[in-house]
Design a protein around this ligand. Structure first.
Ligand code: G3H
Ligand code: 13P
Ligand code: NA
Ligand code: ZN
Length: 316
């Protein structure tokens, strides 16, 4: 069946790698994740956002994840698979996911005042742990695509809060804000300017205060430029899309960061290949053809992440 994150994270922190957390909301994405992780022997977290739940139906996604476990076994692979709620925003939503068989949930109270975040997170932990479901909390707000990341230090995680937060809430892992952000436009760069490095000083201070505690990195897509170029070449318009360089993620994966969230890179791969396929094959109208091309690219992308970026390949 599905596993929670506890053992996965213990091994990852000790082993100096990170478990990939891939978002999914459709069949082809999940097939690609399972196949690529089975073939690279990587443990994996498949995660469902609130938006994915609205799009595809929570029950459908839950049974798809169970199908993914079965599919992996039939491929002869014993990789652990965790089904996780991404960015849960209320106790009721987290409870609903626990009740319907998710093995892990995130309660994202990062936008709340500190004590409210503690109280809400604590409430979710108390419920989820009764069912052996692991809980991810968050401290610090990731910069939105509108924000000037470098300018606004106030949203970074405050290391002086982390020890108190994990003690009071009992969370199993903690998402922190060290300069990543969601989506395909992570940094606004002027001409010739390079992507600013993540705030590893904050990560180090967090690690010093809660040694060996599992840390999570959201907004960790690299925004693969090859895909951005394909999208622009075949009718799209994604100027200025930029993400976190792979070297930064490799460095993070070697630390107490043991879960790295990737959604946008998968979206870019799918969109690039669908656009390319349809442009080159204007007479095709079978979705299996263009979604098949997208799925093939997703498999390549995920294998690369597991093998070269997160170091999770061979760890199952
Ligand atoms: O955290 C953001 C994830 O990429 C999910 O995005 O809310 O559009 O499904 P979404
Ligand atoms: P990206 O947008 O960088 O892929 O981040 C995904 C994420 O953090 C999901 O929770
Ligand atoms: Na790690
Ligand atoms: Zn996120």
């Amino acid at each position: 069946g599905l596993v929670n994150t506890r053992e996965l994270f213990q091994k990852a922190v000790k082993g100096g790698y990170a478990i990939p957390a891939y978002n999914f909301n459709n069949l082809e994405q999940l097939q690609a994740i399972v196949l690529a992780c089975a073939e690279t022997s990587s443990p994996v977290i498949v995660q469902v956002s609130k938006g994915a739940r609205d799009y595809a139906n929570q029950t459908m996604l839950r049974y798809m994840a169970l199908g993914a476990v079965q599919m992996a076994r039939e491929l002869g692979s014993n990789i652990p698979i965790c089904l996780h709620l991404d960015h849960g925003d209320s106790f009721e939503l987290c409870k609903s996911c626990v009740d319907s068989g998710f093995s892990s949930v995130m309660i994202d109270g990062s936008h709340l005042a500190y004590e409210e975040n503690v109280a809400l997170t604590r409430q979710v932990v108390e419920y989820a742990h009764k069912y052996d479901v692991s809980v991810e909390g968050e401290l610090g707000v990731l910069a939105g695509i509108e924000d000037e990341v470098q300018a606004d230090h106030s949203t970074y995680t405050k290391p002086e809060e982390v020890e108190d937060f994990v003690k009071k809430t009992g969370v199993d892992s903690l998402a922190i804000s060290i300069g990543t952000s969601h989506g395909a436009y992570k940094f606004k760069l002027k001409d010739g300017e390079e992507v600013p490095p993540l705030r590893f000083d904050i990560l180090e201070e967090v690690e010093r205060r809660i040694p060996g505690f599992p840390i999570v990195l959201h907004g960790a897509s690299s925004v693969v430029q090859e895909y951005v170029q394909l999208i622009n070449q075949y009718g799209g318009k994604m100027d200025g899309a930029v993400g976190v360089p792979e070297g930064q993620l490799r460095k993070a994966a070697a630390s107490a960061v043991c879960k790295i969230n990737i959604d946008s890179d998968g979206r870019l791969a799918v969109t690039a290949k669908v656009r390319e396929f349809l442009a080159k094959n204007p007479g095709e109208f079978d979705p299996r053809k263009y979604l098949g091309a997208a799925r093939k690219e997703l498999i390549t992308l995920i294998k690369h992440k597991n093998q070269v970026v997160l170091g999770s390949a061979g760890k199952a």
